[in-house]
Design a protein around this ligand. Structure first.
Ligand code: AMP
Ligand code: MG
Length: 497
């Protein structure tokens, strides 16, 4: 280095074969012992299904990466600077603890600093066997890959923190589930892939030095402001509680049901991650469950806030020795925090509902007002999305578009005057900015995925385009705004394995 001080201009540099992803892989560098190095399986004949040009630009990727996307984002050609690793984690699955899960079908290629200065993970999902694959093949089929792509982009467009899809590539390989299916790899971008279950893995083994190392890493990466706190680990826990509480309140606001809120699927960053059997609720019914494996309704729509608290309690357990060297004091402080989650959630939810209802300022009766609307909706086949969207047409007293959404609108009609008394100026316009007209409707998602599995990407692309503009006018895309026809359902979703 010392002998060569002549600056070399960029023009003199040969172009990198991989489109120049400027990786900076802090997890691989700083957290040795938290992962295994693993090369992706080489896809035999990769072909690009979808590439997220705007996300690529946001990440600061060289536009030429799109030309090689099929090879790079299928694992067939490893980009320079990538250090593919499978991260280890544990997790409570449906309440039962699995001491070792880990990336069984995913690989973190590395991290980039995006245009906004944020560190983002770029990871493959469906890229083949890893030491954590257990009985699985580490592969993924086109359907689940595109479902994750679509729902993640929908959540992003709705303004909800989420991992996002950068690319979907068909591998040219057949994967065997109940039936043979075309294989695919998803490239996922996330603030990080640190899960509650990552902490659990090391805590369960009593490796407290590693728990602390992970906590320090999580603080530096996601919550640098808490490093200066008197008790940084308690402050980290508080920060995760706030982020996750806000996130679940936002899910509830749009009727999103994750389906597998296991602790390994809950991030420390506060982003939604691991889209498997997730779906959006149509008719409001608190007990709605779509996942075929959720037999008891543990992760039903209305249970999500309670599971949030349960999962945060599991995170707290892993941080106890860091929160206080005295176990009794640590338990006392963590217990007090956990007892506060319900109140924290209720405040966030009330905030979300206040915006959805277009309310003016803050009033002590706001949560009750929102709950009264839910009471009017329940059992009435009232579509969650359309009810809130059309509420904006009723600000001046005209319920002609809203009332027909209810089997019996009597309770709704009694509720409307109380609501109108609380409206903000400009309520209708404000409401239309937070209440989507368009969500990924279950029947359309299924249609799009079935077509893509058969080789036709057109319905997927059309659906992706429309869900990317959830708050815009419905004119010209009315069919996308309607709930499933009565012949569709009961809707069941399956895990994306
Ligand atoms: P998930 O249901 O996506 O949260 O995954 C739970 C666990 O199962 C994780 O450790 C995954 O890596 C693993 N897993 C899921 N599908 C597969 C697969 N096809 N092959 C290997 N491991 C898998
Ligand atoms: Mg998972």
């Amino acid at each position: 280095m010392a002998g060569n001080t002549t600056p070399v201009s960029d023009e003199n540099q040969p172009p990198k074969a991989d489109g120049s992803i400027a990786f900076d892989n802090s997890y691989a560098r700083e957290l040795v012992g938290f992962y295994v190095v693993q090369a992706p399986a080489v896809a035999p004949t990769p072909s690009l299904l979808q590439f997220n040009v705007t996300l690529a630009a946001e990440l600061g990727l060289d536009p030429t990466v799109a030309d090689q996307a099929a090879a790079v984002f299928s694992g067939a050609s490893l980009p320079t600077g990538a250090t593919p690793i499978a991260q280890v984690y544990a997790g409570h699955q449906f309440g039962g603890f699995s001491p070792q899960l880990g990336d069984g079908r995913a690989l973190l290629l590395g991290e980039v600093i995006d245009r906004a200065g944020m560190r983002r993970d770029i990871a493959l999902k469906g890229s083949g066997w890893t030491p954590f694959s257990r009985g699985g093949d580490g592969k993924a089929a086109i359907g689940p890959v595109l479902r994750e792509y679509l729902i993640g982009e929908a959540m992003f467009a709705l303004g909800i923190p989420t991992s996002r899809a950068l690319a979907a590539v068909a591998t040219g390989e057949t994967v065997y589930r109940e039936v043979p299916l075309p294989g695919a790899v998803l490239t996922r971008v996330a603030a990080s892939h640190i899960r509650v279950g990552t902490f659990q893995f090391f805590a369960a083994r009593g490796e407290w030095d590693k728990v602390q190392k992970l906590a320090d890493y999580a603080i530096a990466r996601h919550y640098p402001e808490v490093a200066a706190a008197q008790n940084p680990y308690l402050a980290l826990f508080d920060a995760v509680c706030r982020a996750q509480t806000r996130l679940i309140a936002q899910w509830m606001g749009v009727g999103f049901i994750h389906g597998v809120m296991n602790t390994d699927n809950m991030t420390v960053s506060g982003e939604t991650i691991d889209y498997g059997p997730c779906a959006f609720m149509e008719a409001y019914a608190p007990g709605t469950v779509f996942s075929s494996i959720d037999q008891t309704g543990r992760y039903a729509y209305a249970n999500q806030p309670q599971i949030l608290g349960w999962n945060l309690a599991r995170l707290a357990e892993t941080l106890l020795p860091l929160m206080d060297t005295d176990e009794g004091r640590a338990v006392a402080v963590a217990t007090a925090r956990l007892q506060g989650i319900a109140g924290l959630y209720r405040a966030e939810w009330t905030d979300v509902m206040r915006a959805k209802l277009g309310l003016n300022g803050i009033d002590a009766g706001d949560a009750a007002l929102a709950e009264d609307l839910l009471a009017a909706m329940v059992g009435q086949n009232a579509d969650w999305t359309l009810t809130f969207r059309r509420l904006s047409t009723a600000v001046d007293g005209d319920a002609s578009l809203l009332a027909p959404l209810f089997d019996d609108p009597a309770m709704l009609m009694a509720w409307l005057p109380q609501w109108r008394a609380r409206l903000a100026t400009d309520a209708a316009a404000r409401m239309n900015r937070v209440n989507p007209a368009i969500i990924p409707r279950n029947h359309l998602v299924e249609e799009a995925l079935a077509a893509a599995t058969g080789g036709d990407m057109a319905p997927f692309r059309a659906l992706l385009a429309t869900i990317s503009d959830p708050f815009g006018d419905v004119a010209g895309r009315e069919a996308y705004a309607l709930p499933a026809p009565s012949g569709f359902g009961p809707y069941k979703t399956y895990c994306g394995t």
